[in-house]
Design a protein around this ligand. Structure first.
Ligand SMILES: Cc1cc2nc3c(=O)[nH]c(=O)nc-3n(C[C@H](O)[C@H](O)[C@H](O)COP(=O)(O)OP(=O)(O)OC[C@H]3O[C@@H](n4cnc5c(N)ncnc54)[C@H](O)[C@@H]3O)c2cc1C
Length: 416
């Protein structure tokens, strides 16, 4: 089968690309191994609500129009939102079609699937940045009687054995899961490395309202100092809940979670933790205060100071004087690996990877003619991995793709 563009993946990013391609009359197909919104249907825990408020999910040609703009979607609501988008933009999705390889051919790419082959001139990788949970290299050394789960396999505390739980990682997934498991009555220890601390609410408004208004979420990939570092920044300690509570480390330790440094290794029946906990927490507090400075300056410049609460600062993260550097593994029945995610491009048989196995791209334009990627961390903007990121990233990437097609018309390539 032949088509101008193959989009791989029917999450919101693949659908947003589809909308932009349709607007430019570029014929295309979306190949999806499961169904529309597959990740939200199969890889999220039961109680999860989006950490982004409903209004912060603008997509090309679509936006939230309900009566609860400041609420946080449950998983069924998120799935419904993305399925409605697919139907509104009439996305040409081929469900249950898994891409097994993409290889270069004379005039584009051959995309092999478990349902047949496609030839196309351009291909868009929209398979998600959170495809595979990352595990530390020593994870395999964990004794087999300790059960392990990841944010994609965790569903609820009932699936865990009674007994102690070690949550490794203190970003959005780790902090939310730690709180839920603690509430189930199990003792929880959280291992904390680099993290991003933000409150749910600042000066009376949602923190993401401020970050959107002050254009923090719109910081561009080609205008920031250290892009490699920015692309590795973990997700913020934020949760979407009906009571709009902040789920930071002070809350967790206040509830009874034990906090230790980054998990550094496993040896002699013990978990070993880094001694950097104080530094990591101080750094996160410092960066949070820098964010507030940017927000405060924007509020003043916009003349908002009379409309919102006055600027204030939060209590620094409380860390015990000498957190334990080792704990007997026998204290834990379960380990939750919440150390982040990586994309899975194992189907790509095109030399586009750097020495760390990451796809080389410039703002979504992959270093292979006619190949594009969307949805990766800081792809074009700080918010590229949020649903709202597709609002501007998809049109930008589609512009590049259309320009490529204009530059390399098929007839010209086929003429001798
Ligand atoms: C736990 C968690 C919570 C999150 N919370 C929020 C939030 O509150 N707000 C927010 O804005 N963002 C949130 N995100 C981030 C982001 O919005 C999601 O990760 C989102 O799913 C990414 O959309 P996507 O379209 O890029 O990828 P996905 O939604 O992952 O879609 C990729 C699609 O590609 C398909 N696919 C993969 N490989 C193949 C293949 N070989 N062949 C065919 N199809 C394939 C998959 O089945 C999937 O449907 C969260 C992410 C996680 C992990």
């Amino acid at each position: 089968m032949r088509v101008t563009t193959v989009v791989i993946g029917a999450g919101h990013n693949g659908l947003a690309m589809s909308h932009c391609l349709t607007a430019r009359s570029i014929d295309h197909v979306i190949l999806e191994r499961g169904e529309v919104a597959n990740s939200w249907k199969t890889e999220r825990w039961d109680s999860l609500r989006l950490l982004t408020p409903n209004w912060l999910s603008r997509l090309p040609g679509y936006r939230y129009d309900g009566d609860d703009p400041d609420g946080f979607r449950t998983m069924p609501e998120t799935i419904g939102f993305i399925e409605r988008y697919a139907s509104v933009v009439r996305a040409p999705v081929r469900a249950h079609t898994r891409v097994t390889s993409v290889r270069a051919i004379d005039d584009g790419y051959e995309v092999a699937t478990d349902q047949g082959e496609w030839q196309c001139r351009t291909v868009v990788l929209a398979t998600g940045t959170t495809a595979v949970p990352t595990l530390p290299p020593f994870a395999a050394a964990l004794p087999p009687d300790i059960r392990t789960v990841t944010p994609t396999s965790y569903r609820n505390p009932e699936q865990l054995e009674p007994g102690g739980v070690l949550v490794v990682g203190a970003s959005a997934s780790g902090t939310q899961i730690a709180e839920e498991i603690l509430r189930s009555g199990r003792p929880v220890t959280i291992a904390v490395g680099e993290h991003v601390r933000v409150p749910r609410t600042y000066r009376g408004r949602d923190i993401l309202w401020w970050m959107d208004g002050a254009s923090v979420l719109d910081d561009r990939y080609d205008e920031i100092d250290d892009l490699t570092r920015a692309r590795n920044v973990p997700s913020p300690q934020l949760a979407g809940s009906l009571d709009r509570r902040t789920v930071d480390l002070n809350r967790l330790t206040g509830l009874g979670v034990r906090m230790v440094g980054r998990l550094a290794g496993l040896a002699d029946g013990k978990a070993q933790f880094s001694g950097s906990l104080h530094n990591k927490c101080e750094l996160a507090d410092l960066k949070m205060n820098r964010l507030f400075e940017r927000i405060d300056a924007w509020a003043t410049a916009q003349g908002l100071d009379r409309e919102v609460d006055p600027p204030h600062r939060f209590e620094p993260t409380r860390v015990e004087a000498s957190p334990p550097l080792t704990i007997q593994l026998s204290e834990f029945r379960t380990v939750v690996w919440a150390c982040g995610f990586r994309p899975d491009f194992s189907f790509l048989q095109v030399p586009v990877f750097d020495f760390k196995g990451r796809v080389r791209h410039d703002g979504g334009v992959v270093q292979a003619p006619g190949m594009y990627v969307i949805g990766l961390s800081f792809l074009r903007r700080r918010k590229s991995t949020l649903i709202d990121g597709a609002h501007r990233d998809a049109p930008d990437v589609c512009d590049r793709l259309a320009a490529f097609l204009d530059r390399t018309p098929l007839e010209a390539r086929e003429s001798p």
